[in-house]
Design a protein around this ligand. Structure first.
Ligand code: ATP
Ligand code: MG
Length: 258
C-alpha cells in the first residue's frame, strides 16, 4: 500500500512503522468509521494485528465484517480513521474466480501477474492444489467445482501471492466438517513453517478458537469490538478442550449481550 494521506474525511492510509525500533503491527486500524450513505456500518473501531498473529473476527450477519476486511486490505476507504497495513491478500466472501479459467490457472493468477510463464505458474500451483485436496480438478472450471472446492482455489490463489498478510472472509464456510478440519490442520502447519499474519472473518466461533490467537467479537451494526478473547495453545486446537469450550461460551455471551 502506498503511503498517502487524504482529507477532507480524515482518512489516513499509510504503511506501518515501528516506534523506537519496536516491531510495527502488520495491520493497524484506528478509530475506523464507515458509512454507506445513511447506513452506519463501522462505529469507530480500533484493531491492531501483530506480525505473525492470527486474529478472528466474529459477529452477526451484516454487522460490517467484510467491509472491515476490505478496509484493512485497502480495497475500501473508510469514512474516517487511520489504516496502516502491510499489503495483504484477500480471499473475498464470494470467491471471485475467473469463470473461463481452470482451477490451476485461477490459483496461479498471482504468479502470472508477476510475469511468471503460464507453464511455470501452473507447475508451481499444482502441489498446493493437491495439498488442499483438489487433485484431479486442476482443469475444472469454477462452474464445474463445488462451493467448497472454489473456496479452496481462492485460498490457494491468496497463498500464491506470497504476501505476508492474509485477509480471509469466511474462507472455509462451504466445506464439510471433515474437509474443514483437514484444512485447519494444513493451515496451522503451513503457518508454523512460514508465519503469516491472518485476519480471519468467520461465523463459526469454533473455527475462530481453533485457529486464532485472538478472537474479536463485533456488535451488530454499527459494529464495534465488544469482546476480545486471547486463545492459548498450539494450533489447530482441540474444540473439545474445556478451555476452548469456556471461551466459546464467553464469545456467545458477548454476542448475545449486545
Ligand atoms: N457497497 C455497499 N453499498 C452499500 N451498502 C453496503 C455495501 N457493502 C455492504 N453494505 C451494507 O453494509 C452492511 C455491512 O455489510 P458487510 O458485508 O460488511 O457485513 P458482514 O458482517 O460481512 O455480513 P455477513 O456476515 O452476512 O457476510 C450491510 O448492511 C450491507 O448491506
Ligand atoms: Mg461478510
Amino acid at each position: 500500500m502506498q503511503s498517502e494521506t487524504t482529507t477532507p474525511q480524515a482518512v489516513t492510509v499509510r504503511t506501518p512503522q515501528g516506534e523506537d525500533g519496536a516491531q510495527a503491527p502488520a495491520v493497524l486500524l484506528r478509530d475506523i468509521r464507515h458509512d454507506f450513505g445513511d447506513l452506519h456500518v463501522l462505529a469507530g473501531l480500533t484493531l491492531e494485528v501483530a506480525a505473525g498473529e492470527t486474529v478472528a473476527l466474529v459477529g452477526p450477519s451484516g454487522c460490517g465484517k467484510s467491509t472491515l476486511l476490505e478496509i484493512a486490505c485497502g480495497l475500501q476507504r473508510p469514512s474516517s480513521g487511520t489504516v496502516a497495513a502491510t499489503p495483504a491478500a484477500l480471499v473475498p466472501q464470494r470467491d471471485a474466480l475467473l469463470p473461463w479459467a481452470d482451477a490451476l490457472d485461477n490459483a496461479a493468477l498471482p504468479l502470472r501477474l508477476q510475469h511468471v510463464t503460464r507453464a511455470e505458474a501452473r507447475r508451481r500451483a499444482e502441489p498446493l492444489l493437491a495439498e488442499l485436496g483438489l487433485s484431479g480438478f486442476e482443469r475444472a472450471r469454477p462452474a464445474q467445482l463445488s462451493g467448497g472446492m472454489r473456496q479452496r482455489v481462492a485460498f490457494a490463489r491468496a497463498l500464491l501471492t506470497g504476501r505476508d498478510v492474509l485477509c480471509l472472509d469466511e474462507p472455509f464456510g462451504a466445506l464439510d466438517a471433515i474437509t474443514r478440519a483437514e484444512i485447519h490442520r494444513w493451515l496451522a502447519g503451513a503457518l508454523a513453517v512460514q508465519p503469516r499474519t491472518v485476519l480471519l472473518v468467520t461465523h463459526d466461533i469454533e473455527e475462530a478458537l481453533v485457529l486464532a490467537d485472538r478472537v474479536c467479537v463485533l456488535s451488530p451494526r454499527p459494529a464495534r469490538i465488544v469482546a476480545e478473547l486471547a486463545v492459548a495453545g498450539a494450533r489447530p486446537r482441540d474444540p473439545a478442550d474445556p478451555a476452548l469450550i469456556a471461551l466459546r461460551r464467553q464469545a456467545l455471551e458477548a454476542l448475545r449481550a449486545c
